[in-house]
Design a protein around this ligand. Structure first.
Ligand code: NAG
Ligand code: NAG
Ligand code: NAG
Length: 341
C-alpha cells in the first residue's frame, strides 16, 4: 500500500519534471528562432509549442500602410526591427479584397498563414469607394509587412452584368511591384483560399513562371498543369474555353524580374480570361513553366470559398446593452455597403 502510494508520487513527480524540462527546451529553442514580435503576444506556452517551419523564422518587418489610388497616406507605423533573412528572395503576395461581412475574417486567416513565411510583403488591394476602416486597422496592427492599396473597378465595367471583379485591384498590386520591387516573386493570393505554407517556400525560387495544382476548382475538384517527365504538357481544368493557359489565379507565381522585363504585361478585364490573358501578355511558353509541388503531384492550395453572410442586424440600444461591450462590438459588425466598418 505504502509502496504503491510512493510509486505514484514518484511517477507523478518524474512526469512533471520531464514536462518542465521539455517545455523549457521548447521555449529556449523557440526563443532562439523567434525574437521580438511574437513575444509581444501573451500566449507564451503556445508559442513554445509552435512547430518551427523548415525556413529560419525572421521578425517580419513593418512598412507604412499606403493608401493607393489618388491619395497616398503614409500612416507611419515603424517596425521594431529591420531583421530580414538576407539572400532569401522576397515574396510579393497580392491579395485583392472587397468590403463584405467575411472580409476581416478571411484576411485574418490569410495573414496568419503568411506569418509562417519569411520575407513576405503582403499587398492587400481593396476595391472600394472608401477604405474599409476595419481592414486598414487590421493591417496596421499586423506584424506582417503590409501595403494597403485602394482602387475601384472602372465605371464602364461596373455596368455590365458579369463584372470582371478583382482585376483593377490586382493591377494596382502589379503596378506597386513595378514601382517598388527589384527582385523576388509575385503571387496572387485571394483571401478565400487555403494555403499550405510549403507552396510559398517553393514558389520563392521561381525563375520565370511556376505552376501548381489548385484544389476545389470546378466539378473536377482540381485545376492543374498536366506534367510528364518534369515538363508541363497540358492542362487539366473543368473549363478550358479555348484558353491557352486554363489555370486558376492561385495556381501560378511569377518572377519579379521576369515581370519587370515585360512592361506591357497586364491582366485583361475579361471574366474568366484574366489568368490566360496575363500569361499570354507575359509571353511564357508552356515548355518554360516550372511545375512545383513535386511535379504537381501535391495539392497545396485550395479554392475553399466561404459561406456568404448577411449584414448584421443593428444592436438594440437598450438598458441592458447601453454602456456595455456591445457599444464597441456593434461598430465592428458588417452592415452592408454604404457603411464603413
Ligand atoms: C496605426 O497604428 C498606430 C499606432 O500603432 C496609430 O497611431 C494609428 O492611428 C494607426 N492608424 C490607423 C490608420 O489605424
Ligand atoms: C520531376 O520529374 C523529373 C523528371 O522525371 C525529375 O527529374 C525530377 O526530380 C522531379 N522533380 C521533383 C521535385 O520530384
Ligand atoms: C430590438 O428591439 C425591438 C423592439 O423592442 C425588438 O422587436 C427586436 O426583436 C429587438 N432586436 C434584437 C436583435 O434584440
Amino acid at each position: 500500500m505504502v509502496r504503491a502510494v510512493n510509486l505514484r508520487v514518484v511517477v507523478t513527480w518524474s512526469v512533471a519534471a520531464t514536462l518542465l524540462v521539455l517545455v523549457g527546451l521548447a521555449m529556449r529553442h523557440n526563443n532562439n528562432q523567434v525574437e521580438g514580435n511574437f513575444l509581444r503576444t501573451a500566449a507564451r506556452p503556445l508559442d513554445a509549442l509552435q512547430r518551427v517551419p523548415p525556413e529560419p523564422l525572421a521578425e517580419p518587418r513593418q512598412q507604412d500602410v499606403v493608401e493607393g489610388n489618388n491619395n497616398r497616406v503614409g500612416s507611419g507605423k515603424r517596425c521594431d526591427s529591420e531583421k530580414w533573412v538576407e539572400g532569401l528572395p522576397p515574396l510579393y503576395i497580392i491579395t485583392p479584397t472587397y468590403p463584405r461581412a467575411e472580409q476581416v475574417p478571411e484576411l485574418t486567416r490569410t495573414g496568419q498563414t503568411l506569418m509562417h513565411v519569411n520575407n513576405v510583403v503582403w499587398i492587400v488591394s481593396e476595391d472600394a469607394a472608401v477604405a474599409t476602416k476595419a481592414v486598414v486597422q487590421y493591417l496596421n496592427e499586423s506584424i506582417l509587412n503590409t501595403i494597403y492599396l485602394r482602387v475601384q473597378m472602372p465605371v464602364k465595367y461596373k455596368k455590365v452584368k458579369n463584372k470582371p471583379r478583382g482585376v483593377a485591384n490586382r493591377m494596382a498590386g502589379l503596378n506597386w511591384i513595378r514601382e517598388h520591387a527589384k527582385d523576388g516573386v509575385l503571387y496572387f493570393a485571394d483571401d478565400d483560399n487555403t494555403y499550405d505554407i510549403r507552396i510559398f517556400q517553393q514558389m520563392r525560387w521561381t525563375r520565370k513562371v511556376s505552376m501548381f495544382p489548385v484544389g476545389l476548382v470546378t466539378k473536377l475538384g482540381v485545376s492543374t498543369p498536366i506534367v510528364k517527365e518534369g515538363k508541363v504538357v497540358g492542362f487539366y481544368d473543368g473549363w478550358i474555353a479555348k484558353r491557352k493557359f486554363p489555370v486558376d489565379m492561385a495556381g501560378f507565381a511569377v518572377n519579379v524580374q521576369y515581370l519587370l522585363e515585360r512592361p506591357l504585361a497586364s491582366m485583361p478585364y475579361k471574366v474568366g480570361y484574366e489568368e490566360d490573358g496575363f500569361m499570354k501578355s507575359l509571353g511564357i511558353k508552356a515548355s518554360e513553366i516550372e511545375p512545383l509541388a513535386f511535379n504537381c503531384t501535391k495539392i497545396w492550395v485550395w479554392h475553399t470559398q466561404t459561406k456568404k453572410n448577411e449584414p448584421a442586424i443593428p444592436v438594440n440600444r437598450t438598458r441592458a446593452t447601453f454602456g456595455s461591450n456591445l457599444d464597441i462590438i456593434s461598430e465592428q459588425l458588417w452592415r452592408g455597403t454604404g457603411t464603413n466598418s
